[in-house]
Design a protein around this ligand. Sequence first.
Ligand code: PLP
Length: 412
Amino acid sequence: MAANHLNMFDVKKIRDDFPILNQQVNKKPLVYFDNGATTQKPSSVANEVLAYYLNKNSNIHRGVHYLSAQATLDYENARETVRSFINAKNSDEIIFTSGATSSLNLLAFSFGEKFISPGDEIIVTEMEHHANIVPWQMLCGRKNAKLKVIPFDNNGLLLLERLPELISEKTRLISVIHTSNVLGTVNPIKEIINTARRHNIAVCVDAAQSVQHLPIDVQELDCDFLVFSGHKVYGPTGIGVIYGKEKWLEQLPPWQGGGDMVDEVSFDKTTYNQLPFKFEAGTTNYIGAAGLAKALEYLSNTGLDKIHRYEQSLTEYAMKKFKEIDGLNVFGNVSGKACIFSFIIDGVHPLDTGMVLDKMGIAVRTGTHCAQPVMQHFGVDGMVRASLAFYNTTEEIDYLCQGIDQVKKMFL
Ligand code: PLP
């Protein structure tokens, strides 16, 4: 079954669309396994960004002239592309930000201003990225509210049975990571949302590590908010998204003030623009948005279902191979996990592992992966992370296994 999906996916053809992959690093073919940090870009994305700077650039929403009108059209079309990609009800529910981090900060500020009072509670999980901890912690500090945490077990499984006891009549929001950037666990967000619904609690989904790996339908999920970053979905840096149900976004106050987010300004009073512009102060990254649209079109044309099946086959293949390596500890072993593998070789510091792998042309991440509570859970101060994408291959996984053997020979 896994082998079938591996053969059915034309990875060679996909790789041709990503020119950066075809290079040598340290005189070895590059094996790019740092996709959790950022993904590489297909030519269509890079060409769009270049075309903007060479031929199409003009600020949006401001000019009556041709270039401005075209750029405005592209920007609003990009919003529509995002809407369709996650199946939001309407494009007013799509806010462009600079990335998942700024999306979460915006929500923490605006939701906090309107809906959080002293004594209120917000629930996150123990496996959050710092971007989905610190903004809520800052909010709790400002408002004298409380942050509660759903724990996970040593396999990386979220202990959902603990959720009911964490919920109280003071719970206002659950903000949860969809796919863990360390453990690869794909959390049962639908179940969390169903529970939240019964208690009238809003749910925010951090989809920074999921939206590029599996199809997401926000209407079917019925989440209240969902965020992700462009650069992790094969798009440009500096562009991100908030999806929010209109009924919430209408009620939330703006985060930043400035041009474009206003209706009328006088020294006595300012009124705000309608959705989605209320949340997009100043010159936005309209070139990033155009590039993001190309990235999402690329994913849709390739087929998120196909990508998901292929990546699941890579995951099965890798986990089987890793099990055969003595002294290799892989963190996160929940079935259906994404192709994200954090590990430590017994007796070898993650930094040393990363440096040896780099000499072999393999790009992995080392450190805490912006998830220090996950490190604290396992009592380690860092891990190596190989995070794969649909342009990676089983041959590259084999090469990583050789690399791990090489590390063991050098250090043990
Ligand atoms: N959430 C998760 C799960 C992530 O993995 C990351 C980045 O690694 C972020 C949020 C923050 O994304 P960005 O740095 O693009 O804002």
